[in-house]
Write a new protein. Structure first.
Length: 134
């Protein structure tokens, strides 16, 4: 598979999750569990996009700490978002099942902010405009 295509697909899937978040936020009451799950997914997919961009095959894992560490090995500035990644980790699996995690409105809003921060940061490290020219 073409590396540029793979990067753009990871980014597209992260964008799709972010779009889903913003649509779900319009529901009353908001579906906090699924929103937080999609927040974790945005972070996971954009970190994997950076790894592929850096010619590293991403592991088939959901652990944002592991993914961020791998990114940090390539670019030390990923240390700046490590704690943000850690905050999103509980949302990988627990919100998908009943009785897994109590999520407050405040936690959900922070998760949205966190995933947007991770995505914006990682995208500064991926030359999206010129990806086809690499």
């Amino acid at each position: 598979m073409n590396n540029d295509f793979a990067v753009s697909e990871w980014v597209r899937y992260a964008d799709n999750d972010l779009n889903a978040i913003h649509q779900l936020l319009t529901f009353h009451p908001p579906q906090m569990e699924i929103i937080c799950y999609h927040c974790q997914q945005v972070a996971e997919k954009i970190l994997k996009a950076f790894l592929v961009y850096s010619n590293v095959k991403p592991p088939k894992k959901h652990e944002l700490d592991l993914l961020c560490d791998m990114c940090k090995d390539i670019d030390g500035e990923f240390a700046n978002i490590y704690d943000v990644c850690i905050r999103l980790m509980p949302y990988a699996n627990q919100p998908r099942y009943p009785f897994g995690l109590e999520i407050s409105d405040c936690m959900m809003k922070l998760a949205v902010k966190d995933c947007e921060q991770i995505k914006e940061f990682a995208e500064t490290k991926i030359d999206l405009e010129n990806i086809k020219e690499r």
